[in-house]
Ligand binder design. Structure first.
Ligand code: GAP
Length: 526
């Protein structure tokens, strides 16, 4: 067998490294009490996860960071906590009953179910990988002389792969828009796509599959009525528009924000907490005058970008993906994508939803959902800009970018979880140098005092060096060590996770040092 050339080898190493990194993220999240599979003792439940002792703290801190910035630092935005169960008409009006579907297809031999569009997209991805192989080969051959732009527009095989990809994707988009599911199946057959499990091409017809989870309200089967678990939190905001506007005496432009669970019966559930069946959203609907929505859309794109950048996860890890094909109710839409361990994917959506939702609820409920604008002297149904971010995806963005392997000056290495200190689950670990001579008592008294202000822990097991490493890997920004001198000078050693710098400071200053480092103002005041 011919050995692969170096460029190709490095290309595939890059892909393997991505997979390794992702595996490392998943196992680290479990080992340090961040994320477990749901009901793991029964072998888990597909695409459902539980957040452990550190995970729940990180989640709560992300929520608090979002809430502070979106609600408490905006006089014109207020919060809401609507119920998960809503009147079933909500989902008729919003369009979810008729149109919240994914096209699915079954393989008769493996009995496995797939998203038909994902099968086609995976095929296109393989064509792109072939094109990348050609590019890598040519790069290797031509070295510094290589002109990639010229190569990709003239090399016959690359041109062919890219042309095929374009044709396939535009046919798929057209069939889906026209709801021509027979053509989606025809496309799968023409491309000779086989089931990844059985290798067979014996496919059923493509059918639409509604992603909402149904449930029943009521005691007896006959009288029970059908309900859905909400697939997004946004509708709870729309149906409460008038309640909040009137009782809060809100004037357009104003916003309503909410954090809560959403449920989707995803057909393809993979990539850990990225795509789950039960997840949390942090959404804000901003109500504006008709005609002013595109100005506000740009405004919220900018504000949300700043929020992300404030956490310092790396500017190169974000990009916008503007939608060319929009949902029928939207007149502008963009995704903020993040560079997850498996590549750039949607983290947050910003949509200009026009007056679609409020009007649809007005029509079905017969209740007015309007605002009397005193400056214009008229009533109107406001237009809406929505910002919608998945809490679990934000968790994954923070966690995966924070996990790092570092080589230290002495040649040793350490695993460190550089979670921004404002979000870190535990802010400080307090150690007595030894488990004797009254040092544990002093460390405990510092712990008891700091507990009122921060989430802190006490650790006296193992040598101090090992305790430092343990806290580095768990993401704790500060370690505070009590030693024999503390009894004399009332000072402790404070060590920072990222710099590993150690400083001797009076016990009375510890609180202020931590406070300054994790203060919302330090992070959010841009
Ligand atoms: N209200 C608008 C809405 O729900 P979406 O793009 O379907 O729009 C918004 O979802 C955000 O919710 C996404 O950007 C993503 O972060 C998160 N999200 C959507 N589906 C998810 C899933 N199955 N698992 C985890 N997060 C999800």
């Amino acid at each position: 067998m011919k050995s692969p050339n170096k460029a190709l080898f490095l290309y595939f190493c890059g892909m393997a490294q991505e997979q390794d990194k992702f595996k490392q993220v998943i196992s680290h999240a479990k080992e340090y009490g961040y994320i477990f599979s749901s009901s793991e003792i029964y072998d888990g439940l597909s695409a459902v996860y539980d957040y452990g002792q550190n995970g729940v703290e990180l989640k709560n801190n992300i929520k608090a960071y979002w809430w502070k910035s979106m609600v408490q630092l905006h006089e014109e935005i207020v919060g809401l906590d609507a119920a998960i169960l809503m009147h079933p008409n909500t989902w008729k009006a919003s369009g979810h009953v008729d149109a919240f579907n994914d096209p699915m297809i079954d393989n008769r031999d493996s009995k496995k179910r797939y998203r038909a569009d994902v099968l086609v997209e995976d095929y296109v991805e393989k064509l792109e990988q072939k094109a990348q192989k050609e590019i890598a080969k040519a790069k290797k051959r031509f070295g510094d002389q290589f002109d990639e732009q010229e190569f990709v527009t003239t090399h016959p095989r690359v041109v062919k792969y890219r042309r095929q990809s374009k044709e396939i994707l535009s046919r798929l988009a057209k069939s889906l828009t026209d709801e021509d599911l027979a053509d989606v199946k025809a496309l799968i057959e023409e491309l000779e796509i086989a089931c990844p499990v059985s290798g067979s091409r014996d496919w059923t017809n493509v059918k639409q599959f509604n992603l909402m989870f149904g449930t029943k309200l009521g005691a007896s089967a006959e009288s029970a009525s059908d309900l859905y678990l909400r697939p997004e939190t946004a509708q709870g905001i729309f149906v409460n528009f008038s309640n909040v506007q009137k009782t809060g005496r809100m004037k357009v432009p104003f916003g309503i924000a909410q954090i809560g669970k959403a449920f989707r019966n995803e057909i393809v559930a993979r990539q850990f907490i990225f795509r789950q069946r039960e997840f949390e959203q942090m959404e804000m609907q901003y109500f504006v005058r008709p005609g002013e929505e595109l100005k506000w859309f740009e405004h919220w794109k900018e504000v949300r970008t700043k929020w992300h950048k404030s956490l310092g996860l790396g500017e190169e890890n974000y990009r916008f993906h503007d939608h060319e094909k929009m949902a029928h109710y939207a007149n502008a839409a963009t995704d903020i994508e993040f560079n997850f361990p498996f590549g750039f994917k949607e983290l947050e959506g910003i949509h200009s939803r026009t007056d679609f939702d409020l009007k649809a609820h007005e029509n079905l409920s017969g209740k007015k959902l309007q605002f009397y604008d005193p400056e214009l002297g008229e009533n109107y149904v406001p237009y809406v800009i929505e910002t919608s971010i998945g809490l679990d995806r934000m968790f994954l963005a923070v966690f995966s970018s924070a996990l790092q392997e570092e080589t230290l000056e002495d040649g040793s290495s350490r695993t460190v979880l550089k979670i921004p200190s404002v979000l870190a689950p535990v802010k400080a670990a307090i150690f007595p140098l030894l488990k004797k001579d009254g040092l544990p008592e002093i460390a405990q008294s510092i712990l008891k005092d700091l507990q009122w202000d921060f989430n802190v822990i006490y650790d006296e097991k193992d040598a101090v060096g090992r305790r430092y490493r343990r806290q580095d890997a768990a993401g704790t920004p500060f370690c505070i060590t009590v030693d024999h001198d503390t009894k004399e000078d009332q000072c402790v050693t404070i060590r920072h996770r990222d710099t590993m710098e150690q400083k001797r400071v009076p016990i009375t200053e510890v609180k202020a040092i931590i406070q300054k480092d994790i203060d919302f103002r330090t992070w959010l005041d841009f």
